[in-house]
Ligand binder design. Sequence first.
Ligand code: DGL
Length: 285
Amino acid sequence: MTTSLSPDQSAPKDAHADPAAPVLFFDSGVGGLSILEPARRLLPAMPVVYAADRAGFPYGTKSEAEIAARVPALLGRLVERYRPRIAVIACNTASTIALSAVRAALDIPVVGTVPAIKPAALSSKTRVIGVLGTEATVRQPYVDRLAAEHGADCLVLRHGSAALVSLAEAKLRGQPLDPDVARTALLGLIEQPGGDRLDRVVLACTHFPLVEEELRAAAREIGADSIQFLHGGDGIARRIAFLNGDHPWPDTPPPGIALFTRMDPDIEPLKPALTRYGLPRIDIL
Ligand code: DGL
């Protein structure tokens, strides 16, 4: 038996062909804006939903079990609500713990954010590289594998800093910043054995490129200004463009949406920064 649609029925909307289907960016907080920015630069017509899991923030001090239980289910709800064409987990903690579970749960392409150890190892002259992430990220086997695969001849030092995550959140709220936070985070790598030879630091938390200026100032102050900081934002932008293929973008992108998983007093002071990132509309889940 064959079936056909009667004239008053419309075919189900295919998110992959609809020019208005957004790209969904997901993080615990504002960190993913460091991933959104290069993606927008490359794909200016991209409709955007930026989801920040305020109700689960911060991820970096949580257990693997908590992240694994939370992230795939939450992304499932967001995909149902916004019908994105691609989901980007703009968070190293969630990606290094839950990327394969999210991919298994969703029927759209999922881009993860993993520490840029490969380019750091390729370019390091001293063969000592640092991975600065959340406490949860730096202890992941995923990071061990990247270090073994790409930096087998390097000393790969790691340090987790929750304070640097808070510094980035405070910066985007326009609050005064404590310069000690960036210095302490950097010293967490430099003061380890071999750390005096460090020449590359991988910013393995998406919040950290937002405070790269503060990290550079701290490096200068410590006398470690030969350190170069790396992160994966440009590579993720290219990956989104590749996965999108020839699916059309709208002629004029709609105003971006910032979605928060709970209403809280920190949202109001973030509004000017969200508008600068092209996210003037606020939704609450
Ligand atoms: N931005 C996140 C990351 O890339 C996590 C920050 C947090 O919630 O601790 O790891």
